[in-house]
Design a protein around this ligand. Structure first.
Ligand SMILES: Cc1cc2nc3c(=O)[nH]c(=O)nc-3n(C[C@H](O)[C@H](O)[C@H](O)COP(=O)(O)O)c2cc1C
Ligand SMILES: Nc1ncnc2c1ncn2[C@@H]1O[C@H](COP(=O)(O)OP(=O)(O)O)[C@@H](O)[C@H]1O
Length: 313
């Protein structure tokens, strides 16, 4: 897959010939996105054309709503990796600037879609490309003026509800990791490196790898989780706490830390990834380290049992 960063207006000749173009922001590359991309892939095969996906370098609401605290399911790197796995040939990452945010629907069609040489555009039923009253899927044929075909992908649902990035962000921040899994079609993952803590973990007999994560990623709600942690390319079962470490700490800072089962290595500053399976309990302020340690022993038994019974999910 070729990853191409562009700014508006798009220059011609990005690709040698025509493409099938899938449009969306695709945060999470969830089940709905995967379906849309498979529809686009089929069309590309049928037409013997490459499959191009276009997304933006940041979520439009960061610019429209001046929302600098926008929370993402995926970093750009995670999205790119998922797109490559889905068999996308070209991933266009268009810079979403203030001036770009003001263009009309017709400009978007003439100076983005047509310049990218789309033979067919594939987008979801609710895709917008400017002011939503006009720049929507209903009006796309008027702007297209017959220059490309349009495939509108209907709403995808799970148990009667829309599969959407907003719903998935909510599931993650509510600790509903199994729902997030059902909507994403894969487990939620957070990556980063291992930072230093206060060395209390070793004192407790439960050393924890403290995750330094990308601050724009969705953080599961405070509590304890059955997780898997990837170290040196290998996934280990683990238990992870998202919390303020209230028994030990005074500060109001969230820590994400994993005690990795059957593992004993120094991994400070190394990359790790955490795959989130299930919320098991909330954070408790214990009266001392002994009570915390007893609870950690119970957590370990409970979470080991969980993995023994749920090998794949
Ligand atoms: C599975 C798990 C559950 C935890 N639960 C709690 C808790 O309920 N209350 C709490 O104050 N700290 C909890 N902790 C955090 C510990 O306080 C923390 O791991 C310990 O202080 C080590 O910190 P350090 O990394 O700074 O050495 C938990 C940690 C883990 C790994
Ligand atoms: N089973 C394990 N799970 C997590 N970290 C481990 C494990 N075994 C050894 N370690 C190492 O120990 C460190 C954590 O020890 P801990 O006493 O909790 O220190 P800190 O307070 O610096 O996090 C980890 O960063 C890692 O390098």
């Amino acid at each position: 897959m070729q990853e191409i960063h562009l700014t508006y207006p798009v220059k011609e000749d990005i690709t040698p010939g025509q493409v099938v173009l899938a449009l969306g922001f695709f945060d999470g590359v969830h089940m709905g996105h995967q379906h849309l991309i498979s529809v686009a892939k089929q069309e590309a095969r049928k037409k013997h054309l490459p499959l191009m996906v276009m997304t933006f370098d940041r979520h439009p609401s960061e610019v429209y709503a001046k929302n600098n605290d926008f929370i993402y399911i995926d970093s750009l790197k995670e999205k790119t990796d998922k797109m490559a796995k889905l068999g996308v040939d070209y991933l266009i990452i268009l810079k979403f600037t203030k001036s770009f945010s003001k263009i009309s629907g017709q400009d978007f069609v003439d100076n983005v879609i047509v310049k990218l040489k789309a033979a067919t555009v594939v987008a979801g039923f609710d895709y917008t490309y400017g002011p939503k009253e006009k720049a929507n899927m209903k009006h796309l044929p008027e702007f297209a003026k017959g220059r490309f075909n349009i495939i509108k992908v209907p709403k995808q649902t799970f148990e009667g509800k829309k599969i959407g990035s907003t719903e998935i962000r909510k599931a993650i921040t509510n600790g509903q990791m199994e729902l997030a899994y059902d909507l994403l079609g894969h487990h939620y993952v957070m990556s980063g490196t291992v930072g230093h803590g206060k060395r209390n973990g070793h004192k407790l007999g439960f050393p924890t790898a403290n995750l330094i994560w990308q601050d724009k990623k969705a953080v599961p709600k405070i509590g304890v989780y059955a997780t898997q942690t990837k170290v040196n390319g290998k996934w280990y079962n683990s238990m992870t706490s998202v919390g303020y470490n209230v028994t030990i700490n005074q500060e109001r800072k969230i820590y994400i830390e994993s005690n990795i089962f059957d593992f004993n290595e120094n991994i400070y500053d190394q990359p790790i990834a955490i795959k989130w399976f299930k919320y098991t309990r909330g954070e408790v302020k214990f009266d001392g380290l002994d009570s915390l340690k007893k609870q950690l022993e119970k957590d370990q038994t409970q979470i080991k049992d969980y993995f023994a019974c749920n090998l794949e999910k």
